[in-house]
Design a protein around this ligand. Structure first.
Ligand code: ZN
Length: 131
């Protein structure tokens, strides 16, 4: 875990840059449009952690944001930085091509699962948390 917290504007910038990269890279042999377990073939060693989305806190919500009927696993689910799971994530960047990814670890009752999703600018939203 890193202590660096990225500003939301920085994350937007990173996402826009990442979305404009089209050169082939080992990190992009297969796209990861929605959340999934880190594929065995994914070159994790190429990624550097840039920082976390939220400040360290006990109080990060586990509410999700799905105004258009998507669910956690949907490839077109919003990446809502103020909601779960983006709020629990860190931003990681490929040091070869500069593509960016969200990553966090899901702790289930009987498992620990490392999850990853491409930081796609068209999915990003800064919608505020509502009750
Ligand atoms: Zn790459």
């Amino acid at each position: 875990m890193t202590d660096v917290q990225l500003k939301q504007e920085e994350i937007v910038r990173l996402a826009e840059r990442s979305g404009s990269i089209d050169k082939p890279c080992a990190c992009a042999t297969r796209t990861i449009p929605g959340w999934e377990s880190v594929p065995i073939t994914f070159p994790e060693e190429l990624l550097d952690c840039l920082g976390r989305v939220s400040p360290p806190s006990e109080e990060l919500t586990v509410k999700e944001y799905h105004p258009r009927g998507t669910n956690y696993w949907s490839s077109d689910a919003p990446i809502a930085l103020n909601y779960f799971p983006a709020n629990h994530s860190e931003i990681w960047q490929c040091r070869v091509c500069a593509r960016c990814f969200l990553r966090y670890t899901e702790f289930g009752g009987y498992y620990v699962d490392k999850r990853i999703r491409s930081l796609r600018p068209e999915m990003l939203t800064l919608a505020e948390l509502s009750e």
